[in-house]
Write a protein that binds this ligand. Structure first.
Ligand code: WT7
Length: 630
């Protein structure tokens, strides 16, 4: 990498940062991995425990159904816990946790392994077997990590549903995954209020037939309904003799499924992305080690939600695989005051902070005085994920939070990629708003409509040209869709759904989604989900949703609705529709604005032309309208 004469605004890392970095041989790493990426990943895999070593690093005989570490036997939970308990890390803190209401808990590796084993035995006693699906629906509390690890330990497939989702979203995911058990919290603290998770779950369970048991973690303590024969308290089960500390470890094949996670795509219902024990483990372990430069003494804080992939890979699995100490915080960033985050960085001596542009913009709005009151000097590295970070927010983060000494790791990746794909490492010169380069061994490109690489600075489809260990293996129960959605536009090449450009220094700049996915505060929502929630209301005949730029959330949701005959347009009805979407999908999906209209722009084949709606809302020229029917 030639770092002299870079174009545009460039921020160089300090000598101390480079000297300390796990990636101090960055250039050699890149070269080694590009010469032989299988060898690169095999070398990383050797740092982890395998009950039986793999026979073959990569099997590409059934593309795009790639297999990694074929024949290898392992278990990711064993690597997260048991491996460390056998070393000096036995008494090291795995998690420190602070509740929004000030509660505090911590778990050593020893304690986390014990709780995980106990809970794994509870699940077993309820009949959960290898390959069964278990859904988890909670706020950001330690039991979520314990539940995930317990599933992994016995080979059950976990499906975490984000605690901000609501009845229909939860129901759909329970139904699609055919979950046997639901693990839920009674409630979650959020901005000083209680989110009634159990109540939402009760409603979803009425519509979901496969769930036999519902285990309830007591977090908020308000009265809730407990249905006898179905609902049981977590703490009561954990006090029974069945919750023994026996290991109960299932030896897993590298390609055995670890979890599924629902995410929104272009069409229809959310789809379940499937990840596995072996490749996923190797991918998240090594990307975190190099990018966030995990050292023994660090306190690392990924402020994302465990309900999305960032939490899976970089709150739960990645940090534990590295034997790191992580901090977890339950609540809202500005509760009760806008200094909440900064005060916790000072209090716990956080060294690494990983968050999303929407949170940075939200906190930036309160001014510099809030962070400036606190000693943030423990920070060494910062991170960003979820959407492009605007240079203004980047610079604020860099200057006010990082005091111009903490490089910002702007990590581009997806639920499907499982791990960081485009990202700097601590020694890489940074350009605000660019994720810099692909991770070593990752081969990416930007294509035009015909599958040809675009010229410098030209926008095109961001694609991935070779397999990587933590890649999605399939869409659960729908392998055809896996092929058509990701591997068909350009055969043999993975389509990310994003558009991007590359500057003359080779830096990647993500522009945004090219499909019907909206990123609201970093959360991924399909226009189809919002539309089907609207149409499920008796007053609605048709609906179209689009994302429009929003200063803090990145995108705001605008919806256009045609009413059924016999319904009158009114402000009251608009509000009712917003609440309805909130109830069905979740508060994050509530449209910011709903307009009641008499017609929608459609193609002759009946497809809604969202780009026309977008252009109109922004006062721009809608472009070519030749295919417009109405
Ligand atoms: C989409 C994936 C992977 C964790 C969070 C989101 C956007 C993600 C960045 C970034 C610009 C980003 C892309 C991507 N995205 N990180 N650093 N810069 N855009 O996972 O919910 O699967 O969303 O998030 O559009 O396709 P996800």
């Amino acid at each position: 990498m030639n770092t002299n004469g870079l174009s545009g605004e460039v921020f160089y890392p300090s000598k101390e940062i480079i000297k300390k970095a796990n990636s101090k041989n960055y250039t050699d790493m890149v070269k080694f991995a590009s010469d032989d990426f299988e060898e690169f990943w095999a070398k990383e895999a050797k740092n982890l425990h395998w009950f039986k070593k793999w026979d073959k690093v990569l099997d590409d005989s059934q593309k795009p159904f790639y297999k990694w570490f074929v024949g290898g036997k392992t278990n990711i939970a064993y690597n997260c816990l048991d491996v460390h308990v056998k070393t000096y890390r036995r008494n090291k803190l795995a998690f420190l946790w602070e509740g929004e209401n000030g509660d505090f808990r911590s778990f050593s590796y020893f304690a986390l392994r014990r709780e995980t084993c106990k809970f794994a035995n509870v699940l077993k006693s309820l009949g959960v077997k290898k390959g069964d699906r278990v859904t988890l629906y909670m706020g950001r509390i330690p039991e979520l990590a314990i539940g995930m690890l317990a599933c992994a330990r016995i080979g059950a497939i976990h499906s975490v549903v984000y605690g901000g989702f609501s009845v229909e979203a939860l129901h759909e995911r329970l139904e699609d995954s055919q979950s046997k058990v639901l693990i839920v919290a009674d409630g979650a603290f959020q901005r000083g209020k209680i989110v009634q998770l159990k109540q939402i779950a009760d409603e979803a369970l009425q519509r979901a037939a496969t769930v036999e048991s519902c285990l309830v973690v007591k977090r908020t303590g308000q009265p809730i309904n407990m249905e006898s024969g179905r609902d049981m308290w977590y703490h009561e089960l954990m006090a029974l003799p069945i919750a023994s500390n026996n290991s109960n470890l299932e030896i897993m094949d590298a390609e055995d499924p670890l979890f599924m996670l629902y995410t929104s795509g272009t069409t229809g219902k959310p789809k379940a992305i499937l990840h596995t024990h072996g490749g996923y483990m190797v991918g998240v372990y090594s990307t975190l080690k190099y990018v966030f430069d995990i050292h023994e003494e660090d306190r690392y804080w990924c402020a994302a939600d465990p309900g999305w992939i960032t939490g899976h890979s970089y709150i739960v699995y990645g940090p534990l695989l590295n034997g790191a100490t992580s901090f977890m915080y339950e609540g809202a960033p500005s509760y009760p005051y806008p200094n909440r985050w900064w005060s916790m960085i000072e209090k716990y001596g956080i060294n690494i902070l990983y968050t999303a542009p929407t949170a940075i913009r939200g906190l930036m709005r309160f001014g510099d005085a809030w962070p400036n009151r606190h000693d943030l000097s423990s920070l060494r590295l910062l991170g960003s994920v979820g959407e492009p970070i605007n240079p203004e927010a980047w610079k604020w983060y860099y200057k006010i939070i990082g005091k111009e000494k903490c490089p910002i790791m702007d990590t581009w990746w997806q639920t499907e990629t499982g791990m960081f794909m485009i990202t700097p490492m601590p020694g890489v010169p940074l350009k605000p708003g660019s994720g810099t380069f692909p991770f070593p061994g990752i081969v990416m490109d930007i294509f035009d409509e015909n599958g040809e690489p675009v010229a410098v600075n030209e926008e095109g489809f961001l694609v991935i040209k070779s397999p990587w260990p933590a890649m999605v293996r399939t869409i659960y129960k729908d392998p055809d869709k896996y092929v058509s959605q990701y591997w068909s536009k350009f055969p043999g090449v993975y389509l990310t759904g994003d558009s991007a450009r590359r500057d003359k220094d080779g830096y990647y700049w993500i522009i945004g989604r090219v499909d019907d996915v909206i990123k609201v505060s970093g959360y991924r929502l399909g226009t189809a989900e919002i539309e089907s929630a609207l149409v499920s209301h008796p007053a609605v005949a048709e609906a179209a949703a689009i994302g429009l730029p929003h200063e803090i959330k990145g995108h705001a949701i605008f919806a256009y609705v045609i009413l059924r005959n016999g319904f009158e347009k009114s402000e009251h009805l608009v509000e009712e529709l917003r609440l309805h979407v909130g109830h069905e999908v979740g508060p994050i999906a509530k449209p910011d604005h709903i307009e009641l209209v008499d017609s929608l722009p459609k193609t002759r084949s009946g497809k809604i032309m969202r780009r026309v709606l977008k252009a109109k809302a922004l006062g721009q020229d809608p472009g070519n309208l030749s295919t417009l029917e109405e």
